[in-house]
Each structure stands twice: as C-alpha cells, then as structure tokens.
Design a protein. Structure first.
Length: 184
C-alpha cells in the first residue's frame, strides 16, 4: 500500500510526517477533483495507491469537536432534487465506510450563515470544501480513499478565524498520520 496524502493548502499539511507523499490541490471542489484525478492517473504506483484526504472542517453543531474519520460525504451545494426529477441520479451522497458515523458536507460555499449552517446540521456533522470531490474522484477511479478532518471552527462567524486554528489542526492531523504509519 502506498499512501498519497491530499490537502487543500500547505498549512493543513504542515505537520505531515517526513517521507510522506503529499498533494496540495488548492481550495474548492473543482480544483480538488482535477488535481486528485490527475495525480491518480499519472501515479506510478496506482495499483496499490490509497488516498488520505486530511484537512480542517467546520462543526455544524456545538457538540462536534476534535478529529473525525468520515463515513459519508455529501455534495451540499448541488441542486440535487431538480436533477433527480429529470430521472438522473445526482450522486450527492457517497458512503465511504458504514462503520464510521461522521457525515461531512462539502461545497464551494464558505459556511458562516446561521440558516445555512442549521440546514446542513440536519444532514451532516461537519462541513468542508473539498472532501466530496476527492472521494468522488477516488471512487470513480477505483482507488481507496479515507477522509480525516479536524474541527477548526463552528461554521459560523468564527470561521473567519480559521487561519488562527489551522496550525493546531495540522499538528493533530500529523499525529494521526504518524499513528497510521506505525500501524502498517
């Protein structure tokens, strides 16, 4: 097994253990999907590649904190119902691991509005901007994927303080990756 650690920005990957292969995608679903797809298709070890997406996420409820391995990911800013009414499956929900109860909602919308947050909280625990796209690219290309997120803010007005929290989150993600390496 060969791990490819994927993060949106360098700050989220600042404490990835030395020797790890890291891909920085840029922010948002489109960049994440393109960069992960390119990396998988061009990877010399594609047959034994495993993608681990690390990053920060906003908590959609006050009782959600810490590090989470994601079991289900949603594409939250897709107009899924109108697409479904056309008889097309929008695939806005991907189940990665039923044993992991945390649901992540991904979208290009930076969530700070209380109404949007409350609506998302009815369907998910966390919100980010890349997880769904990374999971979809890996699923479509037959590459195992794990999403690991650390709560950086409350997906509210505190989201603007994200930059103050990112280093602590990156340290926690680095420890998780080091533990993973010791288990293998």
């Amino acid at each position: 097994m060969h791990l490819l650690v994927v993060a949106a920005i360098e700050a989220e990957a600042a404490h990835v253990p030395d020797g790890s292969e890291v891909l920085i995608t840029g922010v948002g679903k489109t960049l994440a999907a393109v960069e992960v797809t390119r990396a998988i298709c061009e990877h010399p070890r594609r047959d034994d590649l495993v993608v681990v997406n690390i990053g920060t996420a906003g908590a959609l409820r006050s009782d959600v904190e810490g590090l989470h391995e994601i079991g289900t990911v949603l594409n939250h800013d897709l107009s899924a119902e109108p697409i479904r009414q056309l008889g097309i499956d929008p695939r806005e929900r991907l189940v990665l691991d039923l044993a992991k109860p945390t649901t992540l909602a991904s979208g290009d919308l930076f969530v700070t509005d209380p109404g949007v947050r409350d609506g998302l909280a009815a369907r998910a625990d966390l919100v980010d901007m890349e997880g769904y796209a990374i999971a979809l690219a890996c699923t479509e290309l037959g590459v195992p994927v794990h999403l690991v997120k650390v709560v950086s803010d409350g997906a509210d007005e505190t989201a603007h303080d994200w930059s103050a929290a990112v280093d602590g989150c990156a340290r926690e993600l680095g420890r998780w990756l080091a533990d993973l390496a010791r288990r293998d």
